[in-house]
Write a protein that binds this ligand. Sequence first.
Ligand SMILES: [Zn+2]
Length: 171
Amino acid sequence: MSGIGHFAPGLAAKTAAPQIPLWVFLAAGETNDLLYFLFTSIRLEQKVETTMSFTEGVKYLSPVSNPWSHGFFMSVVWSVIAAALAFLFYRDRRSSLILGAVVFSHWILDFLMHSNLPLFFEGSPHIGLGLENSGAGFLFITVFDLVILAGGIFIFLRAKRQTKFTAKEIQ
Ligand SMILES: [Zn+2]
């Protein structure tokens, strides 16, 4: 249910909302998976068991439906809640919207990878492009993950260097 590419949106977004700590952005990008661990531990959702290879892609050992952590509808709800919480803490509308968007970015990346994301709840249609379902697709999404992670790190470090420079120039 996860790839390291999920850290990329948070790294990039941090540069646009400096008052929110980096760890909040990194956690925000993994919200759906953090909820998945929480919900499987209280048995609201079932654990996903898979095998992975670049020849066959990802194979699910049993049918999976995790609407609370990974459904489209609940992902919108989690994003709105995250944005509302951020607004309570930081009192800044723009930063709060950016944080909400980072939470939702997880679902968008998962939409590319999986084909079993529930639209609403149990029994609703499953959606997703399902790149993981073939070996070539799985290889593509794995490389894509690494590329966007590198992009996120690059944007983050570049902004950090620039703020250092401007701080120096001001002194
Ligand atoms: Zn996920």
